[in-house]
Design a protein around this ligand. Structure first.
Ligand code: 13P
Length: 251
């Protein structure tokens, strides 16, 4: 199981440090659960300092597809690894929606992240209109096909897929465990087609979208739900730790 906190554009250096400390203390060292926190770029270093010597791992929320260059305001994979990151979230729906990210761009970034030894949390998910039109699998299937074209993680730990239905992000509305499982099984099938049965089985598929302490266990109990990508609830150490504890029940 894997539980990652996406802090989005929240926390400054002081509050990020305090939250990282809370998470490390409250989450402990749960057997069979990888715990990742993804603060904003500006707080990566302070969080890295705070989690040294704990099982909590560091991730970033985005990166540029190139290694270096005249790209004002951008951050590269080697910058992330040197800040202590082991993971990077790529293709989050907020990046797609507000910053014009495309499947092809996400694919390029995944290659770059892997070239620098970063594990990728690649996000997919349909909008409410797409789900209502019965096109959820078609949309997610396309995001996977284009986003993972040519991707060869080598080790299943280097690729994590996060299924985040856009209509469930920050809305308090969660996919039912059945809806999550149905889509996760579909994603699993696609991963097995591309990477082979064993690798496809081993890749973690996370659910994201209004996961809270009260609904985490029922979601994590589904066969193909291997953890969660947590937004709002990851900003509270105790809530995040409760979600980690729920994951530990199914590890
Ligand atoms: P919420 O948990 O706030 O719905 O956010 C989910 C998410 O977007 C995580 O990446």
């Amino acid at each position: 199981m894997l539980v990652a906190g996406n802090w989005k554009m929240h926390t400054d250096a002081d509050s990020a440090r305090a939250l990282a400390r809370d998470v490390a203390e409250a989450a402990g060292d749960p057997e069979g659960v990888t715990v990742v926190v993804c603060p904003p770029f500006a707080s990566l270093s302070v969080v890295a300092e705070e989690i040294v010597g704990t099982p909590v791992l560091l991730g970033a929320q985005n990166m540029h597809a190139r290694e270096a260059g005249a790209f004002t305001g951008e951050v590269s994979a080697p910058m992330l690894t040197s800040a202590g990151c082991r993971y990077v979230i790529l293709g989050h729906s907020e990046r797609r929606q507000y910053f014009g990210e495309t499947d092809e761009g996400v694919c390029e970034k995944i290659g770059q992240a892997h070239a620098h030894g970063l594990a990728v949390i690649a996000c997919v998910g349909e909008t409410l209109a797409e789900r209502k039109a019965g096109r959820a699998e078609e949309v997610v299937g396309r995001q996977l096909a284009r986003g993972l074209r040519g991707v060869a993680p080598g080790d299943p730990d280097r690729l994590v897929i996060a299924y985040e239905p856009v209509w469930a992000i920050g809305t308090g509305e969660t996919a039912t465990p059945g809806q999550a499982q149905e889509m996760h099984a579909f994603i699993r099938e696609r991963l097995q087609e591309q990477f082979g049965p064993e690798m496809g089985r081993a890749v973690h598929i996370l659910y994201g979208g209004s996961v809270k302490p009260g609904n985490a266990a029922e979601l994590f109990g589904e066969a193909d739900v291997d953890g969660g990508l947590i937004g709002g609830a990851s900003l509270n150490g105790a809530d995040f730790a409760a979600i980690v504890a729920a994951a530990a029940e199914f590890a």
